[in-house]
Design a protein around this ligand. Structure first.
Ligand code: SAM
Length: 307
């Protein structure tokens, strides 16, 4: 793996020799991006694998809206960035057929292994995999007709560099299509359980809304600026409220407590606080989700651009 930029610099205190004694100076120290490579290879990556069926069902509408927008055709070359366990990568491999090819790029060993296993089981010989950070993976130049992502492009340390690199693997005029989250309050499926849980856990330190994470592209002007700087043209960013299809509260809670935004909120909570917060989240969701698991949506950006 070629990931070299998974560190954000933060300020730290060191002693430095200045000729007649040590003085204390502020220096930069690399700190792991909390949503970087290590994160996706930890229990989080394994949780995405164990919850794959739930995730496929829950995001059924997200998948269909974004795959329609992507419009993959027979014979095309597709790259799926942050393909995870392969839901959409497998769909592309089917759509482009044996004369085309689909490449999944991801930093997570367990998630990519699972995707590879699913492709083999489905007999999709045109699916390929790269265990790599999309920021500095060497793509075959001008190979892809289409680059797609479902929630996989908001974790880059340096988004401009990442998208510039991704564009190098696209044919001139190739399509970029991805979905990402708008602000958390615009997704009631997250907001309802999080707001119910929040009073039961210690106060959270303020977070930088642009730091790598699921909501880092929430600001439309920032997102447009990143893509423009990376050289993309004809950028369209459309708000889309997409319904969630959990079978029931239990299924929604499986996502929200294991891979959704709740784990971060519970990080510094005691066992008792976790118990109360999780229960409050479940009750709040149950009050809003119908017997069919529907009733709440997520607020997305559906983004398209050309290379
Ligand atoms: C929210 S998950 C989405 C997974 C999959 N697209 C889905 O919808 O099921 C984000 C994915 O992006 C991957 N990822 C995060 N940073 C990445 C990077 N710099 N390069 C490639 N993949 C990355 C993670 O390993 C993870 O699989």
């Amino acid at each position: 793996m070629r990931g070299t930029n998974n560190y954000m610099a933060i300020s730290s205190t060191f002693a430095s020799w200045n000729g007649d004694g040590y003085r204390t100076v502020q220096m930069s120290r690399p700190t792991p991006n909390p949503r970087g490579e290590a994160f996706w290879n930890s229990t989080m990556g394994h949780a995405w694998v164990s919850q794959q069926t739930v995730i496929s069902e829950i995001f059924m509408s997200v998948t269909s809206v974004s795959l329609d927008a992507a419009g993959a055709k027979l014979g095309e070359h597709v790259i799926d960035i942050g393909c995870g366990t392969g839901d959409t990568l497998l769909a592309f491999a089917e759509a482009v057929g044996p004369s085309g090819a689909a490449l999944g790029v991801d930093v997570s060993v367990p998630m990519l292994d699972f995707a590879r296993h699913r492709a083999a089981e489905a007999g999709l010989g045109n699916a390929a995999f790269a265990l790599a950070d999309a920021t500095d993976h060497i793509f075959e130049p001008r190979w892809a007709d289409l680059v797609y992502s479902r929630f996989g492009v908001t974790f880059f340390d340096d988004p401009v560099r990442a998208f510039t690199n991704i564009r190098s693997g696209m044919k001139a005029g190739g399509r970029l299509v991805f979905v990402c989250f708008r602000t958390m309050p615009e997704s009631p499926w997250f907001r309802v359980p999080i707001e119910a849980a929040r009073p039961h856990v210690p106060p959270q330190p303020p977070v930088d809304p642009t730091a790598p994470g699921m909501f880092s592209f929430a600001r439309e002007d920032r997102l447009r600026g990143i893509l423009t700087e990376a050289g993309f043209r004809e950028i369209a960013i459309k708000a889309n409220d997409v319904p969630i299809h959990g079978k029931d509260t239990t299924q929604s809670m499986a996502f929200i407590t294991q891979v959704g935004p709740l784990p971060a909120l519970l990080e510094n909570a005691s066992d008792e606080q976790r118990k109360r917060a999780t229960e409050a989240a479940r009750n709040a969701l149950a009050a809003q989700i119908g017997a069919d698991g529907r009733g709440l949506h997520v607020g997305l950006w559906l983004v398209s651009a050309s290379a």
